[in-house]
Design a protein. Sequence first.
Length: 159
Amino acid sequence: MYIEVIILAIILALDTIAIVILFVKLSRLKSRPITDSESRTNFLASSYSIRKLKKRYLVFSIISEGNVNKDRIQTSILRAMSKLYGEPFAYAAQPTLIFYDEGRKLGILRVRRESYSQLMASLHIAGKDEEPRILFVPMKTTGSVKKAREIIERLKPDP
């Protein structure tokens, strides 16, 4: 009888401690509204101080019959990601064309690390339903812009 009472008291004490810890963690969250320019992922990461949201940089080349400008590349990739995964995911992944050389048809895409595999899947359908068709050829992935630019500089133009 006494052992059961002692066990019940220990369980209640542990529950009380768990509730106090939960309230302390919840009180540390930043209580502010999420703005349009800030995604839910950024808000949660800043609230919990998990880690900095990292990016990946994809060096790619383009095969097409005609010249392709930066705007067309950006919209093709965004449309393909929206088509496969929906608009909210496409905007949260933040695929951004940060460099494009129209003469050599080489470029650098920036995307969130968590969305890298979805970007690679989207590149296969990007630019297929427009004229002239575009074929994206991923060449190398890096974690820094500096390394991506070095890779582009090392690639020699086709004769």
